[in-house]
Design a protein around this ligand. Structure first.
Ligand code: SAH
Ligand code: SF4
Length: 430
């Protein structure tokens, strides 16, 4: 190909989409396309869509208007993949030049070029090699899809049923990145606790973690997401004992009221969730605990919301992703009356954020005076120093200044200041 074609990816949503975008980059870079980080002068734009919230879909329509204007002036191919509900998919198909399911990524070259390409023998989505954005952090999908059908959630409709990747293929990929010097591996799945159950004689999730943990080197291991109904004692034990696994548990509760949980089809109770947290904190005293929560679920009464606030106060999460309910077409909850006003949803979001902030500050202040290892993710050059920021094992964003650009390295930082959102300190003995 003479002169590389340029492409830009517009990626929305969760880490699973980010990981998919790195696999898309792998396919396109093999075709001699070059990835750029802005839309000017590109030949191809690929959207990795997210249907989990309406706001992401609205952003795509906004962008499309701009791209259609560009198309009138010069050739530009627009493509869309990712998570799309059937209604959105139908519309997008007519608005984009091409659309494909992420599981058909190996077919992308065929779609882009009429001629054959070196990639046609690659058939499995999991086997496509990513081109990671980072040289030290990588997201590795271990399964796709979900069987749980929480009533608000688009994922089972847009990603299909659970499909695990073989442990062999996962371990080979993890090893490859550790050998290249990667410092942080994050395993991805919508419900990692049911990993392997769809494959004959496959390892369970705790067994997989143990195998991966046995790989030597100085690196950290994380995973998302655990479903509270499936989190086993075995998994908690492994989190407590295996050195590569970080002291950070993300366990979405979604609501702190049993009736709301039942109408969300979450299949656990507040009591069960609380007992899990007690076990986790007993076995991993230093752990950080984060959660996801939805406010304003259809029919959520003031009393039910109060129960959620109560649970927030008693469990003292130090991190939480709070979302206002938004109906997703085709899900069960979209047929329920979305009867909590936007104003009330906002109010409930603010109330929970206030409670969260109080405990987050308290939790984060315990680190003051301690020296923590931080994986530096960003380094910004200032006049005579670099401003660094990264994450601790407990997933706390931490800043410090340095004479050197230490991006991608583990740095010991003595913590001097803590807020609800992160830590600050000075380099300790590097
Ligand atoms: N598999 C994960 C979550 C995937 S979706 C789990 O089981 O927890 C990520 C988060 O988006 C969810 O945890 C939920 O809090 C939020 N979310 C999903 N659908 C939503 C909706 N319709 N409205 C508001 N928030 C939603
Ligand atoms: Fe969605 Fe529930 Fe599956 Fe998570 S477990 S992806 S919230 S259906």
């Amino acid at each position: 190909m003479s002169g590389k074609l340029k492409y830009y990816q517009f990626v929305l949503g969760c880490q699973m989409n980010k990981s998919d975008s790195e696999r898309i980059a792998g396919v396109l870079n093999d075709l001699d396309y070059q990835q750029v980080d802005n839309e000017t002068d590109v030949d191809l734009i690929i959207v990795v869509a997210c249907s989990v919230r309406q706001s992401a879909i609205d952003r795509i329509y906004g962008k499309l208007r701009q791209w259609n204007k560009i198309k009138k002036q010069r050739p530009l191919v627009t493509a869309i993949t990712g998570c799309l509900l059937p209604g959105d998919k139908k519309k997008m198909k007519t608005l984009f030049d091409l659309s494909f399911d992420i599981t058909e990524l190996a077919e992308l070259p065929k779609l882009l070029q009429k001629k054959s390409s070196q990639l046609f023998d690659v058939k499995e989505y999991f086997d496509l090699h990513p081109t990671p954005e980072s040289a030290f952090q990588i997201y590795i999908p271990i399964m796709t899809g979900c069987n749980n059908f929480c009533t608000y959630c688009a994922v089972p409709y847009v990603r299909g049923r659970e499909k695990s990747r073989t442990s062999r293929s996962i371990i080979i990929e993890v090893k490859e990145y550790i050998d290249k010097g990667y410092k942080e591996i994050t395993l991805l799945g919508q419900n990692v606790n049911s990993y392997g159950l769809d494959l004959p004689n496959e390892l369970t999730f705790p067994e997989l973690l143990k195998e991966i943990n046995d790989l030597p080197g100085d690196w950290w291991l994380r995973f998302v997401t655990s479903h509270p109904k499936d989190m086993s004692d075995e998994l908690i034990d492994i989190l407590a004992t295996e050195k590569h696994l970080c002291e950070y548990v993300h366990l979405p509760i979604q609501a702190g009221d049993n009736e709301t949980l039942a109408s969300m089809n979450r299949k656990y109770t507040v009591e069960h969730y609380t007992s899990l947290v007690e076990k986790i904190r007993e076995k991993i005293p230093k752990t950080s605990l984060s959660t996801d929560i939805i406010v304003g679920f259809p029919g959520e009464t003031p009393k039910q919301f109060k129960n959620t606030v109560k649970v927030f106060k008693s469990l003292k999460f130090d991190m939480a992703y709070i979302s206002k309910f938004s109906p997703r077409a085709g899900t069960v909850a979209a047929n329920l009356a979305d009867n909590i006003s936007p104003h009330e949803k906002k109010k409930r979001e603010k109330k929970l954020t206030k409670v969260l902030d109080k405990y987050a500050v308290k939790f984060n202040k315990q680190y003051i005076g301690q020296t923590l290892t931080v994986l530096i993710e960003k380094s910004v050059k200032k006049d005579n120093h670099f401003e660094l920021s990264g994450k601790t094992r407990s997933f706390k964003t931490t800043r410090c200044n340095s004479q050197k650009d230490l991006k991608g390295q583990f740095v010991n930082i003595k913590i001097a200041k803590a807020t609800a959102y992160g830590l600050e300190g000075v380099i300790d003995g590097n």
